[in-house]
Design a protein around this ligand. Structure first.
Ligand code: NAG
Ligand code: NAG
Ligand code: NAG
Ligand code: NAG
Ligand code: NAG
Length: 649
């Protein structure tokens, strides 16, 4: 007992120190080398090369492909169909998106200031840290909130008091008739839409100051400011940018309109009804002077079309963003989409007023927020894996069910409504009766090597008969006969498989607008089926979803519908004696569906919606603050105590 034994606890502390040092070393290594963020992108094979795609080393925890079997092209030859070209481009854009995101809060702050020329709003460190960092919300791309900025930018031209008066004025008008719901952080009247909105806010409401929000309760967007006027607003905003001033990280205390203000006159929002009126009459004025929408008489439609269609591809969309830009496509589709020629309920204004809406078209000035349906647990819209069987077990069927919504159904015009057009386009009998013939890319064996050229005058009727199951389970809401007696001589009600999860028994799921956006879209993306999307609407999530990488885009005219589905399903056979031939590309469909599913699980979660809402509310609250030029997050993004950067995986 001459020497004391080495202290146990000291050994333990030393051991813990070593382990921590090693962990810190590893963490820094990954941050510096960035090796851990290359997640599930697989490299597309170069068309016509038959080499197997190079597999990158992927960390196992990031791959969510549950279908472990063949995901490569080895079973099918990669060929030069336009679709692999489009997918290759999308994969490159997506890789760029992933690689360029901020790794640390310091970086994110720097980017914010560089992009917007302002300090981030007060509380941004909270939006960035508790709601954005790995441990809590695990937001994938903390930079990708440009939509918020685009939506709010013009309002910087209106002084805060004026803005608050506008909001209060809108809500003072009879809320039932104006189609708006008021949300005063302390909540007034509401309906189901406000209930969800409030649920989203509740997560972080204690970080927000008092304020009033005017939320759109109608399906359609509301605000549409003329282009020239909007430019004036944007110019004022640009001049007001300032990064020199030091700012305080907190909102002003009392900003409610005081009692004395109640006697003030409130600005009029200028609502007018545009129901059943051509929407392009309003929309074209919100387009730039050199756009097709404002030059429809002198400009060649082919010039506009070249901006978003892949050449000689049977109409495939190469730029999904432009394919729904009304300034570019409006004149072509103004008679083909219900909202554009016969919106059921349209209350609009040309004044720049802050109204929160779930969707809009590209020329609207509504402020987007994540649609309530995406946050709710409503089984009609929420992904339910019950019948989402593995791809290989699904029916090779294009499946669609929906309500007869989209616009006012009248005898003279119903055939032009987008949903009705789609249903007829997938109706073999109707295609046959109307002698419809289409153009699509097919394999041409007379060229060496065999390549795709457009076949014209193709009769889609037999193919449609075999592979599509599309229709309305119920015919309702017609004018004048709400039971739709007259419509029944053209359409019939089909087997009512409307349970969301039953639809996943099929491989191919088109998603078509209704009165407004389709609330099923997140469920489609989260499923193992492949979503095919046509829409004229913009939503909060647009910049994080890549067409041809996570889903298949479709033109709003649907002229590319058969080019898309014949590529995946295949058509005819090689020895078919002069008939058209397209090899099947089933595993490409499976891979796209898997990519969409994996990505949706990462960026369309409730947490992502909450963070979007939080950042939106911080920006909006600053806009309404009398001291908005003097408040903001002025820090550099380092953690106060340890001067250590926050880092994301
Ligand atoms: C072209 O624009 C004029 C004026 O806005 C409009 O009346 C007309 O319907 C448009 N035509 C087409 C084909 O878009
Ligand atoms: C095949 O390609 C050749 C050369 O481009 C063209 O002349 C021919 O019309 C094409 N055949 C079919 C069936 O598309
Ligand atoms: C398909 O079209 C035919 C002929 O126009 C029509 O009789 C039938 O009801 C339609 N089917 C569906 C499902 O709408
Ligand atoms: C309608 O649906 C039921 C139940 O899903 C199914 O058994 C039946 O075969 C379907 N009928 C048709 C005509 O598709
Ligand atoms: C869509 O295009 C517009 C105009 O070209 C651009 O400002 C916007 O950032 C694009 N949006 C997305 C999501 O790419």
């Amino acid at each position: 007992m001459a020497l004391p034994p080495p202290s146990r606890s000291r050994q333990r502390i030393f051991f813990i120190l070593c382990v921590s040092a090693f962990i810190i070393f590893l963490t820094n290594l990954t941050v510096i080398t960035g090796t851990d963020y290359r997640d599930g992108i697989e490299i597309l094979p170069i068309p016509q090369s038959l080499k197997r795609p190079v597999q990158r080393n992927k960390p196992p925890q990031l791959t969510i492909h549950e279908d472990k079997d063949d995901f490569s092209y080895s079973s099918e030859k990669a060929d030069d169909h336009p679709i692999p070209h489009l997918m290759e481009k999308a994969a490159a854009d997506f890789r760029q998106y992933q690689d360029s995101r901020s790794r640390t809060f310091v970086q994110a702050i720097g980017r914010y200031r560089k992009k917007y020329g302002r300090h981030p709003p007060p509380g941004f460190d909270k939006a960035g840290i508790p709601y954005g960092c790995r441990e809590e919300r695990n937001v994938y791309n903390i930079d990708d909130f440009d939509q918020i900025w685009d939506d709010l930018r013009p309002f910087w031209s209106i002084p805060p008091l004026e803005l608050r008066k506008v909001v209060k004025g809108m809500l003072k008008e009879d809320p039932e008739n104006s189609g708006l719901a008021g949300i005063t952080i302390k909540i007034t009247s509401g309906n189901w839409r406000t209930d969800e909105f409030v649920r989203m806010l509740n997560v972080f409401v204690k970080e927000l100051p008092d304020m009033q929000i005017a939320m759109n309760r109608l399906d359609q967007p509301r605000v549409i400011v003329e282009w020239e006027k909007l430019q004036e607003h944007l110019n004022v905003e640009e001049k007001s940018r300032n990064l020199d001033r030091s700012v305080t990280n907190g909102f002003s205390r009392s900003r409610e309109l005081g009692r004395a203000d109640e006697s003030m006159s409130f600005p009029i929002a200028g609502w007018f009804s545009a129901s059943k009126k051509p929407y392009m009459d309003l929309a074209s004025k919100a387009c730039p002077p050199d756009s097709y929408a404002r030059n429809n008489v002198t400009m060649d439609p082919a010039v506009a079309e070249a901006k978003y269609k892949f050449p000689n591809s049977g109409g495939l969309v190469s730029n999904f963003n432009i394919s729904s830009d009304l300034c570019t496509i409006g004149p072509e589709i103004q008679d083909l989409h219900g909202m554009l020629f016969a919106p059921a309920t349209m209350v609009a204004t040309k004044e720049l007023v802050p109204v929160f809406s779930e969707c809009k078209v590209n020329v609207n000035n509504d402020i987007l927020f994540p649609a309530n349906m995406y946050y709710s647990d409503d089984p009609r819209y929420t992904y339910n894996p019950e019948n989402d069987i593995p791809w290989d077990d699904k029916h090779t069927t294009v499946f669609w069910r929906g309500m007869t919504s989209g616009g006012s159904q009248e005898l003279g015009t119903w055939r032009r409504l987008h949903r009705h057009r789609f249903v007829q386009l997938a109706n073999g009998t109707d295609l046959h009766n109307t002698k419809t013939h289409l153009t699509l890319p097919t394999l041409n064996s007379t060229t060496t090597p065999p390549s795709y050229t457009e076949t014209k005058n193709w009769d889609p009727s037999p193919f449609s008969e075999k592979y599509t199951d599309v229709g309305f389970p119920e015919l309702a809401w017609c004018v004048p006969d709400s039971k739709c007696g007259w419509l029944r001589s053209f359409l019939k009600e089909v087997n009512a498989t409307t349970a969301l999860t039953d639809q996943f028994l099929n491989k191919y799921l088109p998603d078509i607008d209704g009165h407004s956006f389709s609330g099923r879209w997140h469920a489609w993306l989260k499923s193992r089926s492949l979503g095919i999307k046509a829409t004229i609407f913009r939503e909060w999530h647009d910049s994080r979803l890549f067409a041809w990488q996570h889903f298949v885009p479709m033109d709003n005219r649907f002229d590319d519908f058969y080019s898309i589905i014949t590529y995946f399903i295949g058509l005819g056979n090689r020895k078919g004696g002069g008939g058209v031939y397209i090899p099947t590309h089933d595993s490409t469909g499976k891979r796209l569906a898997g990519q969409g599913r994996e990505w949706a699980a990462k960026v369309l979660r409730k947490e992502d919606i909450e963070v979007y809402m939080f950042r939106l509310m911080l920006e909006y609250a600053r806009l309404l603050d009398d001291r908005r030029e003097m408040i903001g997050y002025g820090g550099n993004g380092r953690r106060m105590k340890e001067e250590k950067e926050w880092a994301w995986p």
